[in-house]
Design a protein around this ligand. Structure first.
Ligand code: ADP
Ligand code: MG
Length: 363
């Protein structure tokens, strides 16, 4: 089912800041949308409003074509999975999954069919007769998914369901949620503060900060075309290099003066004008290290090297600034070495320092 949030506002009486600030959003039927943002940005509150567990101060929630704003949670056909799922310890895995169906007073055969189908989809079919005490954290999380699935929700809400799992299991479960989504076609809203998890899962990423939606786009859009400084800094690991500067004339075009470094600006930034205070950024993946400098390259000295498997992150000091570059692990480098930085201009970004907004032309 399609989910539409229309001008949602929520402020907790005990809190001075707004948890959800005029949020407008459309999640298409069958889409996997990810809410991404730092702790406290309003992700859980927005989810709880969709689920009907929290009442907005103003605004509307539509599921399908229906305005559900005043509808009780149980009548919304949404299922919510939380970070810390607990099973009923005295029950078997089977009984845990069957529980919501027993409440609905379905026949034994029908319950059996639905439990097995849901368990099979999340890969816990072989655990059904186990006691809840005998399953691992990852298995418990799958049981949680199966238990919410048997209610046949039209919308799945998952609030950081993987964050209590260890790194390896988290990546495995990510794949399974993606498969679950493909096989059921159910609309899923998934919350995380982990940008890598968001990028790997989402059809659509909703970047939030301080109750505001900062950008909505595909993983590629928010990575390659961040619309403001917040999104540019929050999305991508390692973080984008970003420095303050001023736009200046340069020949027939423009350059950015980063106090000690002058860089010609490509024509992609029609919003830039002479004298404007800006923030200039480049992703570490778009910084190359070259031995022989050409005009436009920036000389610097290697200060620190971090090995990261197939890649290495190299920190280079240039004109009092520290740049990070992500390069191939086999590229020979050593601390103290003099190098030149070369920026792939497709990976560079420019923002108005006052508004924080991107000066790049929209793609
Ligand atoms: N029950 C509550 N009472 C008061 N303030 C709350 C409550 N729940 C959340 N908040 C506040 O609302 C803001 C958004 O919180 P939340 O939606 O939990 O963010 P997130 O899930 O992104 O971490 C935060 O400032 C938080 O402190
Ligand atoms: Mg939360």
């Amino acid at each position: 089912m399609k989910v539409v949030l229309q001008d949602l506002v929520k402020q907790y009486p005990s809190s001075s800041s707004i948890a959800v600030n005029h949020v407008n959003l459309t999640i298409e039927n069958g889409e996997l949308a990810v809410f991404l943002g730092p702790s406290g940005c309003g992700k859980t509150t927005t989810m709880r409003i969709i689920a009907g567990l929290e009442t907005p101060d103003s605004g509307h929630v539509f599921i399908g074509e229906r305005d559900v704003t005043d509808l009780a949670s149980k009548d919304r056909r949404v299922a919510m999975v939380f970070q810390n799922f607990s099973m009923y310890p005295s029950m078997t895995v089977y009984e845990n999954i069957a529980f919501p169906l027993q409440v609905l007073k379905l026949s034994k055969d029908e319950i059996d069919r639905q439990v097995k189908e849901a368990a099979g989809l999340v890969g816990v079919g072989h655990l059904l007769q186990r006691s809840s005490r005998q399953v691992s954290g990852g298995e418990a999380q799958r049981v949680a998914l199966a238990r919410s699935m048997v209610r046949r929700p039209e919308v799945f809400l998952m609030d950081e369901p993987l964050s209590s799992l260890d790194a390896k299991l988290r990546i495995q479960m990510r794949t399974e949620i993606k498969r679950l989504h493909q096989e059921t076609g159910t609309t899923i809203v998934f919350v995380t503060h982990d940008q890598e998890e968001a990028m790997s899962l989402g059809d659509k990423i909703v970047v939030m900060d301080h109750g505001n939606v900062q950008q909505v786009g595909t993983p590629q859009e928010v990575f390659f075309n961040p619309r403001n400084v917040f999104v540019a800094n929050f999305v991508g690991t390692p973080t984008m290099n970003m420095f303050d500067g001023t736009v200046k004339p340069n020949g027939g075009g423009l350059c950015v003066d980063l106090a000690g470094i002058e860089l010609k600006l490509p024509e992609r930034f029609p919003g830039a004008s002479t004298g404007m205070p800006v923030k200039w950024g480049v992703r570490p993946e778009s910084v190359k290290l070259v031995d022989d400098g050409q005009p436009g390259d920036v000389p610097g000295t290697i200060e620190l090297i971090e090995a990261l498997g197939s890649r290495q992150q190299v920190f280079v000091r240039a004109a009092d600034k520290l740049f990070s570059a992500m390069i191939d692990a086999l590229h020979p480098v050593r601390v103290g070495e003099n190098v030149h930085l070369r920026f792939d201009h497709r990976g560079t970004h420019l923002f108005n320092a006052q508004t924080g907004l991107s000066l790049a032309e929209p793609h």
